[in-house]
Design a protein. Structure first.
Length: 385
């Protein structure tokens, strides 16, 4: 097992009715900027619960944070903060709203060009406004970690950042807030969480059975519970299990002491930035081909994945690996997430611009062993057509 630091100060309020408890987690005299996305929280009752829980606190609303939050939109919120007396942020929504709020929290107190936060991946962040979150779309795990992803539309760049100053002070996870999600978002959320686990698990062995078993438990739960959520959207226990899976997939626990990959994410970010494909959809496109191209480097963990997740114990090593990858791809499809570039009307001519974007963003050697070169990334995309 590798050396590690583990730090996670986020207070989780889990369960039905917990939105009401935010009044105990936010200072009574706080001047709150309430951030959300397209406004669905005003149709499903979440907004009314939040307003009631905030009570007499000063509230300013900021709506319109996009899926794949844009730098341009987020900077409008930063301007509001700098013009007023906001001292606490409250994100209500999915990972995009929470990611965006993390950037706003850091950018509002940042001296200099805020885009350099993204260019330096958060290493230059020294402080941030306090914020909490109310999760309505389980997927990214942003509600219990210190990272986020922001897209700058003007230059077609989607970059990630993280900083210990950007952990939520608290996050509310009420499974009932997810009942009205459309099937596309349910499927995307399950696939997103699945690939997050894989990025931390599917590398090479370092004698870390605790982390491996945690990761495998999350994968098996996602495989079991994901289809149930599509079939029975208002099953509380199913929703609760999916919500907690997505949080545990990226709160730092399963990454302790193990190597991490993230090459699939780096390529996926470029597909989103260039073509607007949903984040989870890009992961479903890239990961199966990534594993096939890098089969030798990941052989030991792929065999473990085949045995422990898919119960594949018979046949040659290659056949077990190939079947395991195919079953994973079938699971993505079962969740309604297509797994080929052609499913999104992209072809061979669209590959070179992705490679050029990776080069521009210095993703020249990625993966757990930094052996995913631009040539390997091209092979992955060609296999994904």
């Amino acid at each position: 097992m590798l050396n590690f630091d583990f730090y996670n100060p986020t207070h989780i309020l889990f369960g039905k009715g917990r939105i009401a408890d935010i009044h105990q987690a936010i200072p009574a005299d706080a001047k709150v900027l309430l951030l959300y996305g397209g406004g669905s929280i005003k149709q499903n009752g979440v907004f009314d619960q939040v307003i009631a829980a905030l009570g007499n606190r000063s509230i300013t609303e900021f709506a319109g944070i996009e899926p794949n939050p844009s730098y341009e939109t987020l900077m409008k919120a930063v301007d509001i903060i700098k013009q007023g007396s906001i001292d606490f942020l409250l994100a209500v929504g999915g990972g995009s709203v929470i990611d965006g709020t993390k950037f706003i929290a850091a950018a509002a107190l940042f001296e200099g060009d805020p885009w350099t936060i993204m260019e330096k991946h958060g290493r230059n962040v020294s402080k941030a406004l306090p914020f909490g979150s109310i999760l309505t779309l389980p997927a990214t795990g942003s509600e219990m970690n210190d990272g986020g992803v922001v897209t700058r539309q003007s230059i077609k760049a989607k970059l990630a950042f993280s900083s210990r100053h950007c952990f939520p002070k608290f996050s509310v996870l009420d499974p009932t807030t997810t009942y009205t999600l459309p099937p596309r978002q349910i499927g995307n959320g399950a696939v997103d969480a699945f690939v997050h686990v894989m990025e931390q698990y599917m590398t090479y062995p370092v004698n870390s059975p605790v982390q491996d078993r945690f990761a495998e438990g999350l994968l098996k739960t996602l495989i079991e519970e994901g289809p149930k959520a599509l079939a029975n959207p208002e099953d509380y226990d199913v929703r609760a299990n999916l919500m907690w899976c997505a949080t545990m997939a990226l709160n730092g626990l399963i990454s302790t002491g193990v190597p991490q990959d993230w090459a699939t994410h780096m390529i996926g970010h470029e597909l989103t930035a260039l073509h607007g494909i949903d984040h989870a959809q890009t992961l479903a496109i890239v990961l199966p081909s990534m594993l096939r191209v890098r089969k030798e480097a990941k052989r030991a963990k792929l065999l473990q994945f085949a045995e422990r997740i898919w119960d594949l114990r018979e046949g040659s090593e290659d056949s077990r690996i190939d079947t395991a990858i195919s079953r994973m791809q079938d699971y993505f499809e079962q969740m309604g997430v297509k797994t080929r570039l052609s499913d999104y009307h992209l072809g061979a001519d669209d590959i070179s611009p992705v490679i050029a974007a990776l080069e521009t963003h210095r993703m020249l050697t990625i993966g757990e062993k930094r052996d995913v070169t631009l040539d390997v990334s091209r092979q992955v995309l060609e296999l994904s057509l």
